[in-house]
Design a protein around this ligand. Structure first.
Ligand code: ADP
Length: 190
């Protein structure tokens, strides 16, 4: 199986690049942000609980997102592999993911980490906020909080995967096509 963690700060381009990779490598895309927004639209209890947290730009609890990912893995027993987008975001999530994959006798193949400067991230997210209407993309303070959450709780996961020899860092500025080519060449070398 090919199991990829697509990593990087909010606005790094994880969703865009995931969509290309799922087609090319026939993978199942698991975006915790997308799943949570789906729960909000469906008006579930989980969605209502998550909405206030997401609107502030804070992280939803590990327990909730780990349970969501566990269910999605169980629902896709015949997948060729998975792209994890926006997950894991904490060490507890990364450890839980390793355990869940081990139960299925598989593991993470690589972490692909996109690097983008803060100023560029803020510009991209504010532009996305205008198009998508996402509340957490429309306010600079909330965006800054998300970037801080990333730096404090999520960025340290690069060390977690580096210790397993699985980290590749990729420059995330440039054209979508160029970044896709760089990602493809890293995946081809796995
Ligand atoms: P982005 O990466 O652009 O911030 P996402 O769609 O991945 O956007 O996430 C949006 C919000 O959903 C996050 O700010 C957070 O509140 C919540 N969220 C998504 N994934 C996780 C996760 N793995 N752990 C905790 N919270 C999450």
């Amino acid at each position: 199986m090919l199991n990829l963690v697509l990593f990087g700060p909010p606005g790094a381009g994880k969703g865009t690049q995931s969509n290309r990779l799922i087609d090319k490598f026939n993978l199942v895309h698991l975006s915790t942000g997308d799943i949570l927004r789906g729960e909000i639209i469906a008006g579930t209890n989980l969605g209502m609980e998550a909405k206030a947290i997401m609107d502030r730009g804070d992280l939803v609890s590990d327990e909730i997102v780990i349970a969501m990912i566990s269910a999605k893995l169980d629902n896709n027993p015949n997948a060729n592999g998975f792209i994890f987008d926006g997950f894991p975001r904490t060490t507890a999530q990364a450890t839980a993911l390793d355990d869940l994959l081990e139960e299925k006798r598989t593991s993470i193949s690589a972490m692909l980490s996109l690097k983008v400067e803060d100023e560029e991230l803020i510009k991209r997210l504010l532009a996305r906020g205008e198009d998508s209407g996402r509340a957490d993309d429309q306010n600079k303070d909330i965006i800054t909080n998300r970037i801080n959450e990333y730096n404090n709780k999520t960025a340290p996961l690069k060390e977690f995967y580096a210790a397993q020899n699985k980290l590749s860092e990729i420059e995330g500025a440039g054209s979508i096509e160029d970044i896709a080519l760089k990602l493809n060449s890293v995946i081809d070398s796995i």
